[in-house]
Design a protein around this ligand. Sequence first.
Ligand code: 2IT
Length: 445
Amino acid sequence: MYHFDTFMTELEQRNPAQPEFIQATSEVVESIIDVVNDNPAYLNAKILERITEPDRVLSFKVEWEDDNGDVQVNRGYRVQFNNAIGPYKGGLRFHPSVTLGTLKFLGFEQTFKNSLTTLAMGGAKGGSDFNPKGKSDNEIMRFCRSFMTELYRYIGPSTDVPAGDIGVGGREIGFLYGQYKRLMIENTGILTGKGQNWGGSLIRPEATGFGAMYFADEMVKAQGDTMKGKTISVSGFGNVAWGSVMKATELGAKVVTISGPDGYIYDADGINTPEKWDYMLDLRASNNDVVEPYAKKFGAKFIKGKKPWEVAVDMAFPCAIQNELDVNDAKQLIANGVSYIVETSNMGCTTEAVQLFQGTKILFAPGKAANAGGVAVSGLEMSQNSMKLRWSIDEVDSRLHEIMVNIHEACIGEGSREDGYVDYVKGANIAGFKKVADTMLQLGY
Ligand code: 2IT
């Protein structure tokens, strides 16, 4: 028998100074502990100890030259967390906040998220403490080249397939892919999120945001509700926020906020035109990491230094980074009458915020379910690369939609309570866990 407190205390002792990893594992262990304790096969296999330990952690030095000719040194990582159900799969994050603990939390989450997609993908995450802010395109290229010069030995289309995450978009994937190709003389599906001319899948850039909105659409439908006419707050302004505002608009909702480290934009008219969407891409490409210029360009309000959670909305979509929505933000959203929280960033809400939402019966979708559309289309990109053919927009989009509907079904299946409330956290964790755990048992150790 596992006891939650004992298990977590020991896990924390083995993983000191990694609070995000402990937060992520604690949430999953709490959701699944009864399932594990009721199953002698899981207990005998020491499944909790095995599933919380990464298969492999790679750490390497990244040396590169800045535009002044000065030498810079960063640290790069790849955490290959679990490959029971398929090759390691997950993004690369370039952000100054990145530590080994961050990437272990993300790799752990990715394992269950990838399992939920129903595709054959294990979980991994990588990245660096490199800060793209203020860097020139040439500096970014030199950094990516050095990063891949180390990473290329450990990855492969059937071994480990990285992709983008915060600070890694189409441009960075291009530089990384270019270096891999130079080293290996090989055009292969080594990364996903590739460009349209060289093996990328249609809809991959939009997929995380589109998928989150498809998931949200299932949540509201399950309540006999509709997305039409809903007011939505979104945080962030990158790829995920961009896909989310486009699909929200298409579904008849109105997104009134985006945000950056400098503050948030309140656009009362809605972020609802191709011009506004394209401008988000320009903001991202500028490497400045600010949203304020949007306000001047479109006559919207800029609220300096604040988060968008103070705005009264029906639905909130954190789309930026872990723990970006805390318990005070949750209180404010609830006081303003929010009905749905769709965590589109990975672990975007603190534990206390999630507990408050669930305690007040506000429907809360965790990131590993709601944002799985991105990696799902990465999986579809891998399939297309293997077959050496390309699917149409409609083909990819309808597969993405079907996957999100199925993830929602899986959450309902494992997370419905007798009082009718759906515990999406428990639902996603149990459904994601079972497939990985059963496979680990079948494969032995
Ligand atoms: O958090 C995520 O799921 C991602 N950054 C996407 C990973 C992927 O392999 O597409």
